[in-house]
Design a protein around this ligand. Structure first.
Ligand code: ADP
Ligand code: MG
Length: 243
């Protein structure tokens, strides 16, 4: 299987606090991987290291056969290959929905406005927000904002989509619409790495589930393995608390 991203011996410390410890991990093309674990276990830091919002303290991130932490590597071009969806949407509040989906395309990918609009409309349709092109973020519900954020990330046509608890900031009645869109994306063969507390969702959509605790990957496997037959005591204890 082709690896889109491979992480070797990744570590990250904040001061003396070692938040990620010797993480080895990869995401294959077309794979949907869910990362689960208690708050504070390092899940967000792992995603933020992968897209270089944080600088890893050690280890390697291999993308297309090269360690992108090498000094000479072009980090900006790597970043455009990763779509990121945050808990808090991070839309540009002064821009309407369509413009939110255009800026990265025209500024970073240098697409023409016409082409960018075509691509944006395609993905706004995918998330069911094509009727809101002229709306400003403040006019939208949380679920709608998150769907726009997903369309904006997809508009860059990344190799992998990273989601950091995309439904955690939503009112309960809006969680479903976002998970539904993500499930549909998973079914199209998009490569996705998702940090989530939605265990039912993780069970349904994942090809692989990764359980993290205190900065290490404790256990990973198919959803059946992790949810029905966890091997590690820490995984068992976590699932007992959450399921
Ligand atoms: P999770 O996403 O699993 O809840 P995080 O990756 O956010 O966990 O955090 C893991 C640990 O790293 C926590 O103890 C957190 O306080 C610490 N941490 C995260 N970001 C920073 C930072 N910028 N500075 C210092 N400590 C941080
Ligand atoms: Mg987090």
């Amino acid at each position: 299987m082709k690896k889109v991203i491979e992480i070797q011996h990744l570590s990250k410390s904040f001061g003396t606090h070692e938040v990620l410890k010797d993480i080895d991990f990869s995401v294959n093309k077309g794979e949907v991987v869910c990362v689960i674990g208690s708050s504070g276990s390092g899940k967000s830091t792992l995603l933020r290291c992968i897209n270089l919002l944080e600088t890893p303290s050690g280890g390697q991130i291999i993308y297309q056969g090269e360690n992108i932490l090498d000094n000479k590597h072009n980090i900006n071009s790597y970043r455009t290959k990763l779509g990121m969806v945050f808990q808090s949407f991070n839309l540009f509040n002064n821009f309407d929905v369509l413009t939110n989906c255009l800026v990265g395309q025209t500024k970073v990918l240098k697409r023409s406005k016409g082409e960018a609009e075509k691509v944006a409309m395609k993905y706004l349709k995918v998330v069911g927000m094509d009727r809101y092109v002229n709306a400003k973020p403040r006019q939208l519900s949380g679920g709608q904002k998150q769907r726009v954020a997903i369309a904006r990330a997809l508009s860059m046509e990344p190799d992998v989509m990273l989601f950091d608890e995309p439904t955690s900031a939503l009112d309960p009645e809006m969680v479903g619409e976002v998970l539904k869109v993500m499930k549909e994306l998973a079914e199209t063969g998009l490569t996705m790495l998702i940090v989530t507390h939605e265990m039912e969702f993780a069970r349904e959509v994942s090809d692989r589930v990764v359980f993290m605790d205190k900065g290490v990957i404790v256990e990973e496997g198919s959803p059946e393995q992790i949810f029905n037959n966890p091997q590690n005591e820490r995984t068992k204890a976590f699932l007992k608390r959450t399921l």
